[in-house]
Ligand binder design. Structure first.
Ligand code: ZN
Length: 291
């Protein structure tokens, strides 16, 4: 059987369902093998759903987040692997408190890199996705996720590096997720206005310099995946402690999103195959193999 394989590397459980989830669901539905690798257990995530802010939840958060992740992966139709590191938490305060002992951000970089190289050499992805150098947002684990993914992409194919972590495998393309786009938010906000509604994005747009446009500056690849938006939302809702089902994310009807912005966006960061940009397929330029 000819096969294509995609690996999406994320910092915490729930990140996979808010960044590139519909794209993964589409490739999985079309017969590719898709694996999500989550670097940490998300043990320090805040409970963002008032309905789940209960004492019995606080005591069992690590276990609950494993359950949520399992459900989300099932909904998206993807495989899942925990890399096994500990959530660094988002330091809040001025000055910020020190990072908690034993967390991912304090591990020497080689440790998570070797762990990820091992999974890459087993799963043999043709394409990997991760975050850009800013982490998408400045959580220490998201920055770390970028560093670990880029280093593992480079190292996995090099037989001199991590020789005890399996046979070398060369990943062909590496992408950054770019889901947080001002232009998309603007279009949805205008649609609320057209329907005589206030819309939840006014406050975001007001503080967002229109000149800072990742969409124009960095996006190389737009993947049509609107059919899978309902699956994406279901996967996100499976992370019940992290997601307020009445939050802004779910405010715009799926039909508007499918009509106004039917794609998810990526930036091609590294490639070992010839490419022609812009493109609309993460596997463009790649032949499936017989694995
Ligand atoms: Zn995260």
């Amino acid at each position: 059987m000819k096969q294509l394989r995609l690996m999406a590397v994320h910092a915490h459980p729930d990140d996979e369902s808010s960044k590139g989830a519909a794209t993964m669901a589409r490739y999985a539905a079309e017969g590719a093998r898709v694996m999500v690798v989550t670097l940490t257990g998300g043990e320090r995530g805040d409970i963002l759903n008032p309905a789940m802010d209960l004492p019995e939840v606080h005591g069992r958060i690590a276990e609950i987040r494993r359950d949520e992740m399992r459900k989300a992966a099932e909904i998206l139709g993807v495989e899942h692997h925990w890399l096994g590191f500990v959530d660094s938490g988002l330091p809040q305060g001025d000055p910020p408190p020190p990072l908690p002992e034993g967390c991912l951000a304090l591990e020497p970089l080689e440790k998570p890199v070797e762990a990820l190289v091992r999974v890459i050499r087993e799963f043999k992805p043709h394409v990997m996705t991760t975050y850009d150098e800013n982490g998408g947002y400045p959580h220490p684990d998201h920055i770390r996720c970028h560093q670990v993914s880029v280093a593992a992409y480079e190292a996995a194919g090099d037989y001199r590096l991590y020789p005890d972590a399996g046979e070398p495998w060369q990943v062909l393309k590496l992408y950054y997720n770019h889901g947080f786009l001002r232009k998309r938010m603007q279009l949805l906000q205008e649609e609320f206005a057209k329907h005589g509604q206030t819309g939840p994005f006014e406050k975001w747009l007001a503080h967002w310099d229109p000149e800072v446009d990742v969409f124009a500056d960095r996006v190389t690849t737009r993947v049509e995946c609107s059919e899978y938006f309902p699956q994406r939302d279901d996967a996100l809702r499976a992370h019940a402690t992290q997601i307020d089902p009445n939050g802004d994310f779910f405010a715009a009807p799926i039909e508007w999103q499918q009509r106004l912005w039917p794609t998810e966006e990526f930036e091609l960061a590294r490639s070992r195959v010839p490419v022609s940009l812009p493109e609309n397929d993460l596997f463009a330029g790649i032949e499936p193999d017989d694995d």
